[in-house]
Design a protein around this ligand. Structure first.
Ligand SMILES: [Zn+2]
Length: 263
C-alpha cells in the first residue's frame, strides 16, 4: 500500500471524508434524474417517425377518396350517356348506325361495370388504409401522452434536484478550498482520482471481509489489503492509497463517524 506523508493526518482525512461524502450525495442526486432525458429523446424520435408515417397514410387515404369520387362522377355521366344511347337505339332505322350506337352502348356499359369493380376494390383498400391510419394516430397520441408524462416527471425531479445540486456544489467548493489551503498536493491528488473514478469515488472505506482474521479489502476495487492496514487505518495518522486502484482508503467507522456529523 502507498502511504502519503502528511502532517495533521486526522484533520486532513476528516476533510477528505467530508469531501467524498458530499460527492457521494451529489452523485445520488444526479442519479435521480436517471435516464429520463434519454427516454424522452427516444420517445420523441419515435413520435416523429409515427407522425411521418401517419401523414403518408393520410395522403394515401386522401388520394383513394379522390379516385373513388371521380369514378362515381364518371359513372354518373356514363349513365346519362347510357340513357341517351338507349333512346337513340330505339329510334334508329339505319342498320349501320344502329350497330355503331349499340357498340357504343355496350362499351359504355362495360366501362360502368369496370368502374364499379374498381370502386369496390378501392373502397376495400380505403378501409384498410383508414384502419392503418387510425392505429398510427392512436400510437402517436399514446406516445405523446407518455412523453408529456415523462417530461412532467423530469420537471418535478429537476425542481427538487437542481436546488439540492446547487447547495451541494457550494459546499463542495468550500471544503475543496479548505483542503487546497491546508494541503494543495493532497487536494490535487484527490481531484485527479475523483475525475478518473467511476461515480467520483476517490475515497472509500475499507471493507471488513472476515472479523476474526481481520481480512480487509478495498471498498472500491475489492482487492484484498494487507492485514496490518486495518489497524494502521484505525490510527488515523497517515493517508493511505490503494495500490491497485489508487483510491484513498479510510477505516469504515471513521468514515461513518465523519459522515454522521454532517447535516
Ligand atoms: Zn482499490
Amino acid at each position: 500500500m502507498t502511504a502519503v506523508e502528511v502532517s495533521q493526518a486526522q484533520e486532513l482525512l476528516t476533510i477528505l471524508i467530508r469531501l467524498q461524502v458530499l460527492y457521494n450525495r451529489l452523485h445520488h442526486v444526479r442519479q435521480q434524474q436517471g435516464d429520463l432525458p434519454f427516454q424522452i429523446e427516444d420517445l420523441q424520435a419515435k413520435a416523429m417517425a409515427l407522425k411521418h408515417e401517419a401523414n403518408e397514410l393520410a395522403e394515401q387515404v386522401h388520394r383513394i377518396e379522390h379516385e373513388i369520387r371521380s369514378l362515381f362522377t364518371s359513372n354518373e355521366s356514363l349513365r346519362d350517356q347510357q340513357q341517351k344511347l338507349q333512346k337513340m337505339l330505339n329510334s334508329i332505322r339505319n342498320e349501320q348506325e344502329f350497330f355503331r350506337v349499340k357498340n357504343d352502348l355496350e362499351e359504355t356499359n362495360l366501362t360502368i361495370q369496370r368502374n364499379i369493380k374498381t370502386i369496390s376494390r378501392l373502397q376495400k383498400e380505403l378501409s384498410e388504409k383508414q384502419a392503418e391510419l387510425d392505429a398510427k394516430q392512436n400510437a402517436l397520441a399514446e406516445t405523446q401522452e407518455i412523453i408529456l408524462d415523462k417530461e412532467e416527471k423530469l420537471r418535478h425531479v429537476l425542481q427538487i434536484t437542481t436546488a439540492q445540486e446547487e447547495k451541494l456544489l457550494e459546499r463542495i467548493r468550500t471544503v475543496s478550498e479548505e483542503l487546497q489551503m491546508k494541503n494543495p498536493r493532497l487536494y490535487q491528488l484527490f481531484e485527479r482520482r475523483r475525475r478518473s473514478m467511476r461515480e467520483s469515488k476517490a475515497l472509500v472505506p475499507i471493507l471488513c471481509i472476515d472479523q476474526e482474521s481481520n481480512m480487509v479489502a478495498c471498498g472500491g476495487c475489492y482487492r484484498l489489503l494487507p492485514r496490518q492496514l486495518h489497524w494502521e487505518l484505525t490510527q488515523r495518522n497517515q493517508v493511505y492509497i490503494c495500490e491497485s486502484c489508487g483510491r484513498f482508503l479510510v477505516d469504515a467507522s471513521f468514515f461513518e463517524e465523519v459522515a454522521s456529523t454532517m447535516e
